[in-house]
Design a protein around this ligand. Structure first.
Ligand SMILES: Cc1cc2nc3c(=O)[nH]c(=O)nc-3n(C[C@H](O)[C@H](O)[C@H](O)COP(=O)(O)OP(=O)(O)OC[C@H]3O[C@@H](n4cnc5c(N)ncnc54)[C@H](O)[C@@H]3O)c2cc1C
Length: 264
C-alpha cells in the first residue's frame, strides 16, 4: 500500500542506508564500516530490517561455504561466529524412483556440490551474530522497520527510502496508534532485500536493470538424513521451501542458487 504522501514525516540523513538485514545487507554494513575505519573516515550507516529482530525472517538451516566470511572477519572463530558444525560426510544419491536410491561415486558428483570445508549452521543465528558485529562497529540497525517506498531526488536518482506507516487497520484506516514512517535519506542506498524484494522489482523496472538479462531462475537440492534422501523443492514465487523433514546438520548436502542468467 502506498504511504500517505500528505503526512509530514521525520527525516533522517545517513551516508548509507541498507534495506534488508539478511547476510547480504549485514555483510555490506560491516564492510562499509571496515573500509571507513581503514581510510580514517567517519560514516553513518543505517540498516532497516522488516523482521521484528535480525534473523527473524531468515530461513534457518544452511550449509555455509565460509570463503566470504573468512574475507570479512578472518578472526570469526575468536569473535564467536556460530559455525561449530563442519561438514564431515558428503553423500549424494541418485533417486530413480520413489523407493530406490543409488549412491553416487565421488567422481560422479560435480565439484560445486562438495561440502568439505563448509559448515552446517543456522543462517538466522549467523545473521544475529552479524547484526551484533555491525552494531559493535557503529551501524544503526533498525529491526521492525520495513522500507516501503523509494525516495528519488529531482534528477530521478535514488535518494533513500521511506519506512512503512504504523497503526493502519486492515481496511486502510488510521488507528489511534497511527505513527507515520520515517524518511531515511542517504547518499547511497543499498537494496539487500533478497531476490524477490518489492522495491527491487520497482528499481529493475524503472531503470531497466534486466534489459540484457534472462529470466530469474533457481535450482533445488536434496537433503540427506541418516542415509535417507529427501527431495527438496522450493517455489521461488512464494519464497517457500517444501521439504518433508528438516535437514540434518551433519549430513546435509544441498545446492541452491538464485541466478540471473545473462542472455547470450
Ligand atoms: C530453503 C532455502 C535453503 C537455503 N539453503 C542454503 C544453503 O544451504 N546454503 C547457502 O549458502 N544458501 C542457502 N540458501 C540461500 C540463502 O538463504 C540466500 O542466498 C541468502 O539468504 C541471501 O541473502 P540476502 O541477504 O541477499 O537476502 P535474504 O536472506 O533474503 O535477506 C533479505 C532480508 O531483507 C529483509 N527485507 C526484505 N524486504 C525488506 C524491506 N522492504 N524492508 C526491510 N527489510 C526487508 C528480509 O526480512 C530479510 O531479512 C537457501 C535459501 C532457501 C530459501
Amino acid at each position: 500500500m502506498a504511504e500517505d504522501s500528505t503526512v509530514a514525516r521525520e527525516s533522517m540523513e545517513f551516508d548509507v542506508v541498507i534495506v534488508g538485514g539478511g547476510p547480504g545487507g549485514l555483510a555490506a554494513a560491516c564492510r562499509f564500516m571496515q573500509i571507513a575505519e581503514k581510510t580514517g573516515q567517519e560514516i553513518s550507516v543505517c540498516l532497516v530490517e522488516k523482521g521484528s529482530e535480525i534473523g527473524a525472517h531468515i530461513l534457518s538451516g544452511a550449509v555455509l561455504e565460509p570463503r566470504a566470511l573468512n574475507e570479512l572477519f578472518p578472526n570469526w572463530r575468536e569473535l564467536g561466529a556460530p559455525l561449530s558444525n563442519p561438514v564431515t560426510v558428503d553423500e549424494v544419491y541418485y533417486l530413480p524412483n520413489g523407493t530406490n536410491r543409488i549412491k553416487m561415486p565421488g567422481f560422479g558428483v560435480p565439484s560445486v556440490t562438495h561440502n568439505h570445508g563448509n559448515y552446517a549452521t543456522s543462517l538466522g543465528n549467523l545473521c544475529r551474530w552479524l547484526g551484533e558485529q555491525a552494531e559493535n562497529m557503529g551501524v544503526n540497525v533498525f529491526p521492525g522497520f520495513a522500507a516501503s517506498e523509494i525516495l528519488y531526488d529531482d534528477n530521478g536518482a535514488v535518494a533513500g527510502v521511506t519506512t512503512g506507516d504504523m497503526g493502519i487497520s486492515a481496511s486502510g484506516e488510521k488507528k489511534p496508534t497511527y505513527a507515520p514512517g520515517y524518511e531515511l535519506r542517504a547518499r547511497y542506498t543499498l537494496f539487500a532485500e533478497g531476490c524477490r524484494g518489492h522495491l527491487g522489482k520497482q528499481l529493475i523496472s524503472r531503470f531497466e536493470l534486466d534489459k540484457d538479462s534472462g529470466t530469474q531462475s533457481r535450482n533445488s537440492g536434496i537433503s540427506i538424513r541418516n542415509g535417507m534422501c529427501q527431495a527438496r523443492s522450493c517455489t521461488p514465487w512464494a519464497g517457500r521451501a517444501n521439504t518433508s523433514e528438516a535437514c540434518s546438520p551433519a549430513l546435509t548436502f544441498i545446492t541452491w542458487r538464485t541466478t540471473r542468467s545473462r542472455s547470450a
